[in-house]
Write a protein that binds this ligand. Structure first.
Ligand code: NAP
Length: 279
């Protein structure tokens, strides 16, 4: 079965809009997301466009602050701090990567944990690892929503995560562990990756190498979530050879229309959570 994250994301945004309508009926304001974009990286511009559109559908106010790539670190951090102090702003998203010369970690640290809807602050990462309520990073959260909403049983299953990044691999592994999967994390130094993957009931692939996972890596009936976004001959593709693997997997997500839209839907979920936490 091919599971389109784009369809699940649509349902999530509709559910959020319904909740926000309820709040508006009670005389409350809409949730508000402030997006801070620095420079003109085409991929970032396109991601921000997607986020603005998703906010419209979810009835979330979205303000984009578009800054020059030449902004100083101090000025950028001042702008973030002002947004952080603004009572009408529920969530702040600093679009990454920042242009060369700007320090991402320092800029991100100016967003308070309560407004860190991207879940990238040290505080929210810590909360994930001590299993406390907080904002989970959007892509791992989106992956977990795909699994849950598709009725995938996670507890007691063998989950293999390829990739150990702070953004995807590491947090999704912890989230799977919290759902009682038996989790193996693989990376570029892992030996005999193929035989580890062949034991996976759930295989999460976040490497960044086009069509790296072929059918011989996948157990019959496995659930395969492809996080990778690669461009080959101008066309988007994932880390999984979709055409080869779709006949073996019991569930597979495509690229595009798979995990990507779920990342944005998770940002909407987190922004609603920031708003509701304040209420
Ligand atoms: P990353 O920070 O570059 O991490 C890649 C991970 O893959 C690393 O842990 C690396 O191992 C591992 N790796 C690389 N080559 C490998 C190999 N041959 N065998 C096993 N492991 C290997 O990337 P990321 O941020 O996690 O992103 C991964 C992919 O997901 C990218 O294509 C990115 O564009 C995509 N992505 C998509 C979304 C979305 O919303 N759809 C969001 C985020 C990322 P080492 O640690 O040993 O180097």
């Amino acid at each position: 079965m091919v599971v389109y994250g784009s369809e699940i994301a649509k349902s999530i945004k509709e559910e959020i809009a319904l909740k926000v309508s309820g709040y508006l009926d009670k005389g409350l304001r809409k949730p508000k997301l402030k997006v801070i974009l620095v420079g003109d990286n085409p991929a970032s511009l396109s991601y921000v466009k997607g986020k603005v559109k998703a906010c419209e559908v979810s009835l979330i106010d979205c303000e984009v602050v578009h800054l020059s790539k030449d902004i100083s670190q101090d000025d950028l951090e001042d702008i973030i701090l002002k947004a952080d102090q603004d009572e009408t702003v529920d969530g702040i998203l600093l679009q990454l990567p920042l242009p060369e010369g700007l320090n991402e970690r320092s800029a991100l640290s100016k967003i308070s944990p309560q407004k860190d809807v991207d879940g990238l602050s040290v505080d929210n990462k810590g909360k994930l690892f001590i299993k406390e309520d907080g904002f989970r990073p959007c892509t791992p959260l989106g992956i977990m929503e795909i699994l849950k909403r598709s009725g995938v049983k996670i507890a007691s299953k063998n989950a293999v995560v390829i990739g150990r990044s702070q953004l995807v691999g590491l947090p999704v592994a912890k989230m799977l562990l919290d759902e009682n999967a038996t989790v193996t994390i693989c990376h570029s130094k892992s030996e005999d990756l193929k035989s580890i993957c062949q034991k996976a009931d759930i295989l999460i692939v976040a490497i960044g190498k086009a069509k790296f996972i072929t059918s011989d890596y996948v157990k019959k009936g496995a659930v395969v979530i492809d996080v990778g976004v690669n461009r080959v001959d101008g066309k988007l593709c994932g880390d999984v050879d979709f055409e080869e693997v779709k006949g073996i997997a019991s569930l597979i997500t495509p690229v595009p229309k798979g995990v990507g839209p779920m990342t944005i839907a998770s940002l909407m979920l987190n922004t609603l959570k920031a708003y509701e936490d304040k209420l």
